[in-house]
Design a protein. Structure first.
Length: 644
């Protein structure tokens, strides 16, 4: 009997042991997970038997990023295999509460769960992965906690983003280095996950971030981006080779230096002294594309404002002569556009390339100041690259009355450039100068950290009517993609409202062009066209331009179909609008409950296409109704103003 009981215990233990070990594995695996407070988004890390680190992301329990690799290959340490978990921090909560000078919504208040997991490699060196999860998505970043202060080099980052087979996306090619590239000025292509790059504007070596995908049989949307990049890391893009839908992080290329005084032999790999905190890898999720458009996850993750007093920073609108007079650098033309700004109540006027001679001879900056208009001036990137020269130039500009700078032709994502841009924001802030970047990388949450950073190009805007033969046909489609991609990363200087026909004649209607000033966000809206066109506008359109805000207190997404249509509700103070554009060549019916959005108003005015849709507007006013129906014309649009 005793022998029987002993054998029975052995059998029982042998039978139960796998379940105990499985339970311990599940418990340990649970430690590598992080779920957002409301339970919507989850990031799950895992280690296989080789000690290789991976992760996946779920939204509402559905996988939106499949199992994807993590890890770093450093110059003298390998964090890609043989990893073991050392410590797992407690889950903490962190609330991000702040205001944005420019955005879809002014007040941000988001709660995050956070966790940090330490791993050691075969040599005992440590790698920390920080996790964050919130209602709009998840993010992670690497840290090397070594306190020695030694310079470390990252040879390769293994981070990937596994998109499911068959998923559709909107991706922009990352152009190969050249005289004007990379500048994030290519078309967003409608692709299937894993597609190769075809029909890019320029030879390309990868895909840009942000990158947009529609996954889970179109039930969820995902935007891949990064945040918080500064001088300790290069800007990153996604590898061109994405077979199987695995999109991998790539660093800026060695030859991205054509416009800047960078030594051709200088290594472009990430290099920094430890301890080293790297940028956030951001995965924004949503049930609909409108969730992506309205997300502030990129700024939530960026450092808080470094400018204590922001009272001098004022979003606004500017007249701009270059688009209508690209070869005219006369003082008369600059002054005419200053007068145009004054007549429309704009805050600013922008003097583009060639302004210095006109100012020396005729004092165009003093003339602008005499009219109560703040002058903004163009400059070349190399003049602002080195700290000493940059500070000197900013001081010179302030001394003659300049209020902001448009700095052009950066054309690089190298680490040195990321550092120079942070220096531009900081040094400009000290002089109370606003910043507009052109020929540049995409923003990465910088407008939260440096609120004087008002806008950036990094967008295929209206200047393309001069240079790109495919732009007229594709512009409407692109205008319904950009709010869900480029503009999520930060303010975009599209230079809207260009009615005059250029080298490649416009096909979008006039109201579509005007509406882009309200579907995109930019801290300063630089309106593109001639004084004659502005003077010829009907009074209702003139009044709209006078009152139109450059930023918004509140935005709601009504129709969100990237590549097809976008309709937004916009509110700033007592001003309320609904604005929509059609990105297709087909008529598109829309139906909106205007009473829902027009509370406190009795009527609405709609501005739509006139007799000549390409050049004219039609204005009609009606009492508010619940079931308003309208047909968006091909490549058309509308703007509704609520009237008390």
């Amino acid at each position: 009997m005793t022998i029987f009981l002993s054998d029975f215990k052995k059998i029982l233990i042998a039978f139960a042991l796998p379940f105990i070990m499985y339970g311990q594995h599940q418990l340990k695996q649970k430690e590598l997970n992080l779920v957002s407070k409301e339970g919507k988004n989850e990031i799950i890390l895992s280690l296989n038997q080789k000690g290789e680190l991976a992760y996946k992301v779920k939204r509402n329990n559905a996988i939106v990023i499949g199992e994807s690799p993590l890890g770093l290959v450093c110059e003298n340490q390998n964090f890609t295999e043989g990893l073991e978990v050392v410590t797992v921090s407690d889950v903490k909560e962190k609330r991000e509460v702040y205001s944005l000078q420019v955005g879809n919504n002014n007040k941000i208040d988001h709660l995050f769960t956070t966790k940090s997991i330490s791993f050691k490699n075969k040599n005992g060196a440590l790698l920390i992965v920080d996790l964050k999860a919130g209602q709009e998505g998840v993010a992670f970043r690497y840290r090397l906690p070594d306190e020695s202060g030694k310079i470390q080099v990252v040879e390769k980052e293994l981070t990937g983003f596994q998109i499911e087979k068959g998923a559709k996306g909107w991706l922009q090619p990352y152009n190969k280095a050249g005289k004007y590239t990379p500048g994030y000025e290519d078309f967003y292509l409608h692709v299937t996950a894993g597609d190769s790059i075809e029909k890019a504007r320029n030879p390309s070596v990868g895909w840009c971030m942000p990158a947009l995908f529609n996954v889970n049989n179109k039930k969820n949307w995902v935007l891949i981006a990064e945040s918080g990049t500064d001088g300790n890391f290069p800007g990153c893009h996604l590898a061109a080779d994405s077979h199987g839908g695995l999109y991998s992080i790539e660093f800026a290329k060695q030859d991205e230096r054509y416009t800047l005084p960078i030594d051709e032999n200088a290594d472009a790999k990430p290099k920094y002294k430890t301890p080293w905190t790297m940028p956030w890898r951001v995965i924004i999720t949503g049930n609909q594309a409108g969730d992506i458009l309205l997300s502030t996850l990129i700024t939530d993750l960026a450092p808080a404002s470094k400018i204590e007093d922001t009272s001098w920073i004022e979003p606004g609108k500017a007249a701009w002569s270059w688009w209508s007079h690209p070869d005219d650098f006369s003082a008369k033309t600059y002054n005419d556009f200053t007068d145009l700004s004054a007549s429309f109540g704009f805050n600013y006027t922008l003097f583009d390339a060639g302004w210095e001679k006109a100012n020396q001879e005729s004092g165009i900056i003093k003339y602008a100041a005499s009219k109560g208009i703040k002058p903004l001036v163009w400059g070349y990137s190399s003049a602002f690259f080195e700290p000493k020269a940059r500070k000197k130039r900013f001081r010179q500009l302030v001394d003659i009355g300049v209020k902001g700078v448009k700095i052009d032709f950066w054309c690089s994502d190298r680490q040195e450039v990321m550092g120079a841009l942070q220096g531009v924001f900081e040094d400009a802030a000290k002089e109370h100068l606003l910043v507009n970047l052109h020929g540049t990388t995409v923003p990465r949450g910088w407008h939260r950290t440096w609120p004087n950073f008002m806008t950036a190009e990094a967008i295929l805007g209206t200047e393309s009517y001069f240079y790109e033969p495919r732009f007229p046909e594709k512009a409407a489609e692109q205008n319904t993609v950009l709010p869900f991609t480029r503009n999520v990363a930060g303010p975009a200087d599209y230079t809207p409202f260009a009615l005059t026909m250029r080298t490649y004649p416009r096909l979008n209607t006039a109201i579509h062009e005007l509406a882009t000033a309200m579907t995109l966000t930019s801290g300063i809206i630089h309106f593109a066209d001639s004084k004659e066109v502005f003077d010829s506008l009907p009074i209702e359109v003139k009044n709209l331009l006078k009152e139109m805000p450059a930023t918004w207190d509140r935005t709601e997404s009504i129709i969100a179909k990237p590549g097809e249509a976008i309709v937004l509700y916009r509110q700033n103070g007592s001003l309320s609008y609904i604005v929509g554009i059609n990105g297709t060549n087909e008529e598109m019916p829309v139906s909106i409950d205007l009473k829902k959005y027009g509370k406190g108003f009795s009527k609405f005015r709609i501005i739509s296409e006139g007799k000549d849709p390409l050049m004219e507007f039609k204005m009609q006013s009606y009492p508010l109704i619940s079931n308003w129906k309208y047909n968006l014309v091909p490549k058309g649009g509308f703007i509704i103003q609520f009237i008390k």
